[in-house]
Design a protein. Structure first.
Length: 252
């Protein structure tokens, strides 16, 4: 019997006409670059080595915390999202609930979905000017944008108590370059994610994606090459050099 393809997840399209551009993602599902305040901050990409290898790197500045979105924490601790028991998908929240975060994005149209993350889930925490590599044997990887593991252990324990108690689940918010990307940037929810990991429970993830992926921009790549360099001479063809070569070919 022919299996029917799974229906698309419930989604909401939302316009951000006047976003401040504090948070922007450019690239595609082969590699992307997260810009914070217009500066290259974190990148992830296929490393070109075969076997679906990936890498993530952080710019040389300190951890690019997203302090501006912290006042979303209270609502995201219990957003009322109810996952389907079969698929793990949930109806996305009202975009107005995320307006403080949406106003920080680059202007444009975004697609929002919500679902339990698949198991296993990889958490990637690149350190300043260091490259972290992995093989994508997981269905989803989240790249941290703040301190990991979180230092506020009391907050982690509090979220853990909510998760174990059942009922409405805390939610994370992640930004993906395309709908098909298996790697996204965790914008909010580091303490919640740590609590989910301790509880051994798949986290609820609100996923934001530009409806039209933004291509790599040549001027951003020129700055990114310097931002992610550790100052040491690199061998021709090393993983990071291959990634930037690919991004340059795709740039506008």
């Amino acid at each position: 019997m022919t299996r029917r393809p799974a229906p698309p997840p419930p989604s909401v399209c939302l316009d951000v006409p006047d976003g401040h551009g504090v948070i922007e993602v450019i690239g595609d599902d082969g590699g992307s670059l997260l810009l914070l305040g217009g500066d290259p901050a974190v990148l992830e990409a296929n490393d070109g080595c075969g076997s679906v290898g990936w890498l993530a790197a952080r710019a040389g500045t300190g951890g690019p915390g997203l302090a501006e979105v912290k006042y979303l924490t209270e609502w995201l601790s219990a957003p009322g999202l109810v996952p389907d028991p079969r698929t793990g998908r949930a109806e996305p929240p009202d975009p107005e609930c995320l307006r403080p975060l949406l106003s920080l994005l680059a202007p444009g149209r975004y697609v929002m979905t919500a679902a339990l993350a698949p198991h296993p889930l990889r958490v990637v925490h690149p350190r300043a000017r260091q490259v972290q590599s992995w093989y994508s044997d997981e269905e989803l990887a989240l790249v941290t944008t703040d301190t990991w593991p979180p230092r506020d252990h009391r907050a982690v324990r509090g979220y853990g108590d909510r998760i174990r108690a059942g009922g409405t689940l805390p939610a994370l918010v992640a930004l993906f370059p395309t709908a098909g990307s298996c790697v996204g940037y965790l914008l909010d929810g580091h303490h919640k994610l740590a609590a989910y990991e301790r509880a051994g429970t798949p986290p609820m993830v609100i996923r934001l994606t530009p409806q039209e992926p933004r291509p790599f921009r040549r001027h951003d790549l020129d700055r990114a090459r310097a931002a992610f360099s550790d100052g040491a001479a690199r061998r021709p063809g090393d993983a990071l050099s291959r990634v930037f070569a690919y991004m340059r070919e795709e740039s506008v």
